[in-house]
Design a protein around this ligand. Sequence first.
Ligand code: ZN
Length: 483
Amino acid sequence: MKKLRYLIYARDEAGSAEGTSAEDQVSRCEAGVKARGGKVWQTIVDHAEPEMKGPPPGLGTIMELSETHGNDWDVLIVDTCHRLMGAEVNVVHLLARLNQGGKGLVALQEQVDCAGPAARHLSLFTAMVEHERQLTRSHTRERMLALARDGYWPVGKIPFGYKRRNSRDHILIPDPKEAPFVKEAFRRYASGEPVPRILEDFKHVRGLSDKNVWRLLRNPIYTGRLPYDGQVYPGRQEALIDDTTFNQVQELLPKTTDAPRPTRRHYDYLLQGLAICVCGRTLTAYGTRGPNGRHYPYYRCPARPHCDASLIRADKVDEAVLAQVKALRLTKADLNHLTREAKEECERRRKRLETPLREVEEAIRELRDQQAQVEDALVTGRVEKENVHHFNERLNELNQQIEQLVKRQRDMQMALDEAIGPLSEPEAVAATIAQAANELSKHADDPEVKRHYLRCQLTRVDRLSEHDWRLIYLTGMEETITV
Ligand SMILES: [Zn+2]
């Protein structure tokens, strides 16, 4: 049995309780690694900074390491799952990434141990949560589209020259500082001036670069239209440029498009992260070109030449596994087993997230009580005149604290909904698989759909020998196929 290599992650927060400093977390993790017979590959620590916005940088590093050093480590270990969560960290996204990279997760306090074979739990939930996220995304898209159809600015960076009417508004109005530059740029370009010369005069304008000017000159938004998702709708914003000038400029603009082509892999490896070498390592994708220039996709062991397992054609394994899984009909007993597991995991997750949420709610209640008392004292005139100022300040302070906590509560509630949402229905598992199968029947050639379908059902695919593979399903069932 190979020694698993652990990546330790610790994070300390301002004002955290005794025994929970990053150093404490690290030493508990080190002990945990030792107890599991593994070894520490690297330790990453995030230190709390009060002004820090966005996700802690260390988590981003972990995401990167799961790609760039994917073969150098096996398991992420944390003292508690809370270290992976923060208002702006999407823990399921992180899990999905770990899972895709064939990584395990250990959280000591919650007794989550998804290292080695137990990583199978990670796989199903990641697939389900992915699906849930797709739904959310498509709902968001629909909402944005509806806004755009009605001529509102749906989302994203406001084009140069406009600003929002109010800070959360979907209506754009001309920005008095920027709009004149837009008009001038169109006018001068239409009269034959080259972009570099226009830019020379606009050097001092914030937010305008060479590229921006080219983009600006192509943007129909300035004619009062609203481009969104490849379509152009009538917008509600005031036009800065008339159609004639705009069309004239379009005629003059170079026809080449500088849009970057999406980088494309020659082949989408369906089993990446699922396929395991005879030696126990996760197989990696490896493309090679034949003398005829054709591209051949392979899976190979990252430990070559130390491990002497041969390269194997990825397309052949992928198709064979997909065909096998498609032929499988889940029985009622299988589904019951799956739903039971989903429910249990859901309960565990709810417990982990609910305690801190209840604490915040309790704190809010307490502050509101205090707030009521202070208000009461002020209203009933029990406060001496010289103290009124002091009481008012205290009231302000309380209001601010409550506001902050309510915001935090909302974030936590959202995290809770997101984490357990897709799992709270007992039929969710069956529905996820059915949905994936349905999508596959509609988009049989879409590799993303295929990957999702396989991940809804398989825990891993083990290479047993040169041609034999064992499929391990989430139901616990196993099948052996020859490729
Ligand atoms: Zn190997």
